[in-house]
Ligand binder design. Structure first.
Ligand code: 2NF
Length: 250
């Protein structure tokens, strides 16, 4: 028996999420009609097409910011000054907080972040279809894969657009609470504009029932403080900020 040759190149990461396009469109309509009805005139079909055009028929290890430019141009959403919330290794807690504090926004509370959160996607240079079998793993295959480049691109714009006092929820129960290799440390911090952002407030949260590993006085936080100093942005740090702390107890 002859084995069929694989339709697509084989990678080490999981393939495109089943029903990717339908989920993307469904989330776009949910967001623009229900979550933020002030955006109800958004053309979700056009956004869905621009999203898939950014990666279909292309090498999934050769993705670039330019690929996502048409998509970015279709979606300009402003977050009010003082209302941007970054996070690193604290996704659930940060999102629980913005669920309660409805006027604060994580990237996933904006349209593109909302649409893409938790999904995987990639195409193939030899085909116009999505690859549902496998996609590049960001560590084992390539860092410039379609998913990582998307998050780098949207995270960069989210940081560039921020103004006033910006906030970040950090995880104080791991050793490098401020991780220079994370998206927050690598992309977001470096794309804050000092003319617009005067202060960054870090909330270092410790898991309940675990031994705190890092706090505001630790070296990784000092590293963040030094980086911000060179950018002329004031750094304020608080351990276990109470309104977030209360969410860990429920
Ligand atoms: O999936 C998201 N919603 C997402 C992914 C990457 C970046 C969101 N972001 C934005 C958010 F707005 C946050 O402010 O960046 C900030 C969080 O990213 P982080 O890298 O600082 O935080 P982590 O908890 O370390 O990672 C978040 C998710 O991204 C994955 C990681 O496995 C986790 O699922 N991730 C991190 N770096 C990469 C990368 N280079 C990555 N996935 C692919 N390539």
């Amino acid at each position: 028996m002859w084995r069929q040759p694989p339709k697509h190149k084989e990678w080490k990461g999981p393939g495109t999420t089943a029903h990717f396009y339908e989920i993307l469109l469904g989330r776009c309509y949910t967001y623009t009609q229900v979550v933020r009805p002030e955006l109800r005139h958004t053309d979700c079909q056009k956004i869905g097409k621009a999203f898939t055009s950014a990666f279909l028929s292309k090498d999934p290890c050769g993705s670039t910011e330019q690929d996502y430019r048409p998509l970015m141009e279709l979606t300009t959403q402003t977050v009010p000054c003082d209302k941007t919330l970054f996070w690193s290794k604290s996704s659930e807690l940060a999102h629980d907080y913005t669920w309660v504090q409805r006027d604060m926004y994580t990237l996933e509370d904006t349209l593109l972040g909302y649409m893409a959160d938790g999904l995987k996607w990639c195409g193939d240079s030899g085909s116009s279809e999505m690859n549902y079998q496998s996609c590049p793993h960001w560590r084992e295959d390539c860092s410039n894969n379609s998913v990582s480049v998307f998050w780098n691109t949207v995270s960069k714009r989210f940081a560039e657009d921020a103004c006033g006092v910006v906030h970040v929820v950090l995880n104080g129960s791991i050793s490098n609470t401020f991780d220079e290799k994370s998206t927050f440390g690598r992309v977001e911090v470096f794309n804050l504009h000092p003319e617009k952002v005067h202060t960054l407030k870090a909330w270092v949260m410790h898991n309940i029932e675990s031994v705190p590993s890092d706090s505001c006085s630790s070296s990784s936080l000092n590293n963040l403080k030094q980086i911000l100093k060179t950018k002329n942005i004031i750094f304020v740090c608080q351990n276990n900020y109470r309104p977030v702390r209360l969410l860990q107890c429920v």
